[in-house]
Design a protein around this ligand. Structure first.
Ligand code: SF4
Length: 341
């Protein structure tokens, strides 16, 4: 296993530490120009939801530069401190490692051990259920549910492909853990030439994803959203489908993930990290920005409390909000009346 292929491992961190290269020299020395460019490349691949180019390193110096680009990329991502970028970055690093894992045989077990997973056998592998749960708890496909696995004496079996997928997920969590790191403003300024294009990519992404409905107008919320908000404010737990509809609606009308997360802080089962993960996932952290369901689907799931006059003329809660917002604009009613005379 080449440690520069897995720069998030313990061994890689120790290799970087043992070189005793300061952050200042990484920033200033022309020798490390390619490290800075590679670190920025790691980020830009992440913003676009594309893969980070492999950049396989063969010579010793190339491997060292590949290794160093990882902690520098963490510094860069922390300077920008954008929640969607953080998630996308962790995912992109995990996907890069996953591609590299396809070439591993014995190295796979070494990598797994570093991530706290101790697979036994030669493949198919036996994994202790506690390690499995830790790696698979965010994987929602039914096949990953513990109840669908062959649990026997504390161990379950995973195929070679499944082990790599579990490692990918463990890597994503490991990369995300501890981000953003605390970075001096001076360091971020020194990296501006590399950060500016990433910021532009982020702004372009945000502009593409948002529907321009202007400022949030609570009075324009449809009855379904008002009811859900009222239940959340009373500390009630929403069903999964209602929670999804509410979160996706609020994000689409330009509330920030932080504002949406704050709304759920009174829920009895509030778990900050879990809520953040779910909200940012719906906001597009993994590439798809979700929209709330149409009225027909809302009704199917029991999330439509009953129509009002405007509901009868629209088919989507966002259309309700858009139309009601126009009606609520100052002067809208008098203009309409003037138009009638
Ligand atoms: S008709 Fe649509 S917008 Fe109106 S309350 Fe039902 S789901 Fe909401």
């Amino acid at each position: 296993m080449k440690i520069s292929d897995y720069p998030f491992t313990q061994e890689a961190a120790e290799a970087v530490r043992s070189r005793n290269i300061s952050l200042d020299s990484l920033l200033d020395k022309s020798l490390f120009q390619s490290v800075r460019s590679r670190a920025a490349e790691r980020l830009r691949g992440a913003v676009g939801g594309e893969a980070i180019p492999d950049g396989r390193a063969s010579s010793e110096s190339e491997q060292l530069f590949e290794l160093l680009s990882y902690p520098l990329a963490r510094v860069m991502v922390s300077c920008l401190n954008d929640p969607i970028l953080l998630r996308r970055y962790a995912l992109a690093e995990a996907k890069l490692a996953f591609r590299r894992m396809q070439h591993e045989k014995e190295g796979l077990v070494v990598l797994a051990n570093d991530l706290g997973i101790n697979p036994q056998g030669q493949g198919p592998w036996k994994i202790h259920f506690s390690e499995y749960i830790r790696a698979a708890h965010r994987m929602h496909s039914p096949k990953w549910k513990l109840t669908n696995r062959d649990l026997s004496e504390g161990y379950l079996t995973v195929t070679d492909v499944e082990l790599r997928r579990l490692l990918e997920e463990a890597i994503r969590e490991k990369v995300l853990k501890g981000l953003p790191v605390s970075v001096d403003e001076r360091i971020c300024q020194g990296l501006e030439e590399y950060l500016a294009p990433v910021k532009r990519d982020l702004e372009a992404l945000a502009a593409k994803q948002k529907i321009d409905l202007g400022e949030v107008k609570e009075g324009a919320f449809p009855p379904c959203i008002k009811k859900m908000l009222s239940e959340v404010s009373k500390g009630a737990n929403l069903a999964h489908s209602a929670r999804f509809a509410l979160v996706s609606f609020l994000l689409q009308i330009n509330m920030t993930p932080d504002e949406v997360i704050a709304l759920f802080a009174t829920s009895p089962d509030f778990d900050q990290d879990r809520t953040r993960y779910q909200v940012e996932h719906i906001a597009g952290a993994t590439g798809t920005r979700y929209k709330p369901p149409a009225c027909a689907t809302m009704a199917t799931y029991g999330n439509c409390p009953g129509e009002d006059d405007l509901c009868r003329r629209i088919r989507h809660p966002l259309s309700y909000y858009e139309r009601r917002s126009i009606m609520l604009k100052p002067g809208a009613i008098s203009s309409a009346k003037e138009g009638q005379t």
